[in-house]
Design a protein around this ligand. Sequence first.
Ligand SMILES: *Cc1c(COP(=O)(O)O)cnc(C)c1O
Length: 455
Amino acid sequence: MAKIPYKTYLTEEEMPKQWYNIRADMKEQHDPLLNPGTLQPLATEDLYPVFCEELCKQEMDSTTRYIDIPEQILDYYKTFRPSPLIRAYHLEKALGTPAKIYFKFEGNNTSGSHKLNAAAAMAYYAKEQGLKSLTTETGAGQWGTALSMACAYFGLDLTVFMVKVSFNQKPFRKAVMETYGAKIIPSPSDTTQVGRAMLANDPNTGGSLGCAISEAIELSMGDDNCRYALGSVLNQVLLHQSIIGLESKIAMEKLGEYPDVVIGCAGGGSNLGGLMSAFMQDKLTGKSNARFIAVEPASCPSMTRGKYAYDFCDTGKITPLARMYTLGSDFMPSPNHAGGLRYHGMSPILSKLYHDKYLEAISVDQNKVFDAATMFCKLEQILPAPESSHAIYGAIQEALKCKETGEAKTILFGLTGTGYFDMPAYMQYNEGKMTDYIPTDADLQRGFDGLPKVD
Ligand SMILES: *Cc1c(COP(=O)(O)O)cnc(C)c1O
């Protein structure tokens, strides 16, 4: 058999023209979103004040299996897609594993992550609806950058609430977003009620994603020409990210390959959901028995130590309630957690698949994540984002198991992005100053105590 190439790209003609909606193949659906006031299931129209209408429809659609990607989004995708499927030959050799390791690299765009796949759709549909602006939050900065890029391309204004610790740590992220024309506000801020309340409660708070979400939603609710956009967790985001797995599947088919294990890092679930959906379809329909593994930080372990419960999606408790694995919307990861994957909850779709045992989850502390990151960057030459490095860690663990058992499994993992803006974290690690703080059960209990009482 011909040696498999290091990189496999699809041609423009081979690129998927439709997104895949995994809910159409799930045996059971996740529980419905609830109105936080009445605790009744939400109707699609209830979401119209927050998201643009087409996205609300996608959010609630559990039956349409394939959804056409609009022509203008396909054109936009061509500026940064297809992304390569790469065979990690150098990593395999260094590990001495019989396993074949592939990764799908989503970091080849200025945002440095997969988030542009969903940002494109949000900006496009907002423009189609005749809206003037979007607002959002960003933690590590990739989502804010991605939406800045897409808003610049489709012609929309954008306000980004950036979690204050990241705002202070990553001035260059802010500069990139501003270059694309976005307005950046550190969160919590005094521009919203939620922000002012957070500041009154703790003036020195570094902020959280949940709080920045509340601020962005508050801003959008006060302006009829503005809607809110969220870069993870939501069903619509998993739909848009399905392009990652669809492309991977076509590329692997071209190589005569199919993964035994699919691995992704898990913050809110968008990249893993996107990478695994096309393969999970085969598992749900009995065509394959691949394993799926989510890798999350030990400092923010929503799946491995969270509760499967209804919770708010934000700290300000203004969003609908979603049933998901959660640490409680009041949970804040320790400040020494080096960025990314800080969200308290997990995509309801992934939560349901995890609950129903289609998906596994592991957690890892950050020194081990950076061990994996530095090993990977020396061998495969890409400087990975700390978030992505959780998946690298997971892939290495699986490859080492194969070394023990002698099995030549095919491993596929998602390399979601590059880490150029994460150098403070790399510096800490390089200087031996990175610490691990793993929350105690008592720390987690405080988050669980704040869960809304739904039954
Ligand atoms: C946002 C982000 C993640 C985590 O978010 P998910 O929604 O879980 O995918 C992972 N990697 C990178 C590079 C990111 O920007």
